[in-house]
Design a protein around this ligand. Structure first.
Ligand SMILES: Cc1cc2nc3c(=O)[nH]c(=O)nc-3n(C[C@H](O)[C@H](O)[C@H](O)COP(=O)(O)OP(=O)(O)OC[C@H]3O[C@@H](n4cnc5c(N)ncnc54)[C@H](O)[C@@H]3O)c2cc1C
Length: 223
């Protein structure tokens, strides 16, 4: 049973732009008085269903943007993928704790798929100087690569599927993000921010617990 009182902001769809056959950016109006921090998410209620989606846009933006993967048979991602400009739906206030803390240690962001969204918002809000391990199935799924490379101290793209040997992406790794960390991370004190599939977050947390037991880990699992 959804508590509709919690969905107290109304937004209007401005545009829907497909980045590939399964991922799109949904741009909506920003309701008056809406407040957020980069890295937070909202619950979207549409057609009687409610799900969480991370804000891709930074807090000071005049619109709200979301990076959404259309799930095969998925109720809300499917409905949002079909909705036309002018469609109205409700959202909750911004929630969540995957927000950037002022660091006293090296910072690692690790993202897979649309889990890059909170880091895109942080970069748009001015965060720089991190190492980003960015995972996707294909090079074309490494969304916002240019903006992320510009802000990162180090950017490591990890592609788990096959790629053309000619693909001109510096440092491209053909492995999962966890395999990269397993091979390359030296024991030490770090702040880790993880976002993406629950499997990645579970595997990465176990790995960090063994390799770097004093690392601070902040995470958001999407499935
Ligand atoms: C805090 C938080 C933030 C999130 N932010 C985003 C975001 O920014 N962008 C985004 O695209 N999603 C995000 N998600 C996931 C999102 O909330 C939904 O779970 C997702 O869109 C699927 O909802 P659905 O209604 O389409 O599918 P459902 O109708 O709920 O599920 C349909 C089927 O698909 C399976 N399924 C559900 N999710 C996935 C998945 N991710 N991969 C594969 N199979 C799945 C279900 O087990 C079920 O069998 C976030 C989740 C959380 C908890």
């Amino acid at each position: 049973m959804i508590d509709t009182v919690l969905f107290n902001h109304t937004v209007v769809v401005i545009s829907r732009d497909w980045l590939n056959e399964e991922v799109f950016i949904l741009t909506c109006s920003c309701p008056p008085g809406f407040q957020s921090q980069a890295g937070q998410y909202v619950s979207i209620m549409f057609g009687g269903e409610a799900r969480e989606y991370t804000l891709l846009s930074p807090p000071e933006a005049s619109v709200l943007r979301f990076l959404i993967k259309r799930i095969e048979g998925g109720k809300l991602s499917g409905a949002l993928g079909d909705c036309a400009p002018g469609t109205v739906f409700n959202i909750s206030k911004a929630k969540g704790y995957l927000t950037y803390r002022s660091p006293d240690r090296p910072v690692f962001f690790v993202a897979t798929g649309v889990g890059i969204a909170p880091f895109v918002a942080m970069v748009a809000a001015g965060v720089t100087g991190f190492t980003l391990i960015h995972g996707a199935r294909t090079v074309s799924g490494l969304f916002y690569r240019r903006e992320l490379i510009a802000a990162a101290k180090r950017y490591i793209p990890c592609v788990s599927g096959t790629f053309d040997a000619e693909t001109a992406v510096p440092d491209l790794q053909q492995r999962h993000v966890t395999q990269y960390i397993e091979r390359h991370l030296q024991p030490g004190l770090y702040d880790f921010y993880l976002c993406g599939s629950r499997t990645m977050i579970t595997d990465m947390t176990h790995l960090l617990d063994q390799r770097c037991p004093d690392a601070r880990i902040y995470s958001e699992a999407y499935s």
